[in-house]
Design a protein around this ligand. Structure first.
Ligand SMILES: C[S@@+](CC[C@H](N)C(=O)[O-])C[C@H]1O[C@@H](n2cnc3c(N)ncnc32)[C@H](O)[C@@H]1O
Length: 294
């Protein structure tokens, strides 16, 4: 099939198509981040880059079978400013809708964060013309990643959260290269993860639930479990100063997204964290795509 991936990022849709056994004839990507494009083409050299979505009227494309759009969330998410679709970045949804209406693909799949305001969710659903399904990655892997998907893929509804009964056994601790964790499922990986520091003050913020995922390095799992049982979140300054922590390695972030190890290797760590935090959980998308009959 011919695929048009708008806001392609580093192309996490592509391994999902592979895993769902969907044969790709042509894969077109619209993405402005040169590092993300570099990684997409490293893994899939046949990716045809179209550049900025604002230039779409100049694109020459064949009939498109699947159009996808994980449109920018900065103006919609809790972490952002919540300007909604008036925001410069999230308003790019209007371009994606214009492209869908012009190309009339057989299938479409739009995606964004589940934490958006109800009013934005309703507005987007009305514009796309379909209600979203809600899927959290924790049902498919080891990360808490709550997302909305608007799609016309038949039967995709059967995979939504409230229909999933089997919480997978796989635990976050199983994907770590070293160190231990207090959580069964990792916190959601964000594009800003590169800026996380590993000072005692940051550990305190983590305990207060205000910071992304960290890993404990100078302690055994048993000791960590005992500390949490004994002190909960109220660790003394002494304990904070004597506990060492680290960030997730990029490879661990790839595992959170159900990508092959080293998928994003080849650019700086900062760029790897950014594109991984922006991306789609591969196995969640596989669940949806597997309803496509080719
Ligand atoms: C939420 S991310 C989507 C990532 C993608 N779904 C993935 O799995 O990796 C949004 C992407 O939109 C891209 N973007 C922002 N402005 C754009 C534009 N004008 N044209 C094309 N892509 C743009 C960003 O660089 C970012 O990679």
């Amino acid at each position: 099939m011919n695929v048009l991936s708008l806001f392609n990022g580093c192309g996490m849709l592509r391994p999902a198509l592979d895993k769902a056994n969907i044969k790709v004839d042509n894969y077109y990507s619209s993405e402005v981040d040169k590092f993300a494009n570099q990684i997409a083409n490293k893994n899939y050299p046949d990716t045809q880059q179209l550049g900025d979505i604002n230039d779409w009227q100049q694109w020459q494309l064949p009939q498109i079978d699947l159009l996808t759009a994980g449109f920018p969330c900065q103006d919609l998410s809790i972490a952002g400013y919540r300007k909604g679709l008036d925001g410069e970045r999230s308003s790019l949804l209007f371009q994606a809708l214009a492209i869908r209406d012009k190309l009339k693909p057989k299938y479409f799949l739009f995606e964004n964060v589940a934490s958006m305001k109800q009013q934005h969710k309703e507005q987007i659903s009305e514009l796309i013309g379909i209600e979203p399904i809600r899927l959290n990655s924790k049902y498919f892997g080891v990360q808490n990643r709550d997302r909305l998907f608007w799609t016309n893929i038949p039967n995709a509804q059967v995979v939504q959260d409230n229909q999933i009964s089997n919480d997978p056994q796989k635990k976050f601790s199983e994907i770590l290269l070293d160190g231990v964790t207090d959580r069964e499922k990792a916190k959601c990986l964000l594009a800003s993860y590169c800026s996380v520091a590993t000072t005692p003050n940051q550990l305190k913020r983590y305990l207060d639930g205000k910071m992304g995922q960290i890993i404990f390095t100078n302690i055994s799992q048993l000791e960590l479990d005992q500390l949490f049982a004994e002190y909960g979140k109220k660790w003394s300054d002494d304990l904070l100063n004597n506990t060492t922590i680290r960030k997730l390695y990029p490879v661990e972030c790839e595992r959170l997204m159900n990508l092959p190890d080293n998928y994003t290797e080849g650019v700086s760590k900062t760029q790897r964290y950014k594109m991984l935090g922006n991306g789609w959980d591969v196995d969640v998308v596989v669940e949806i795509l597997s309803n496509i009959i080719t």
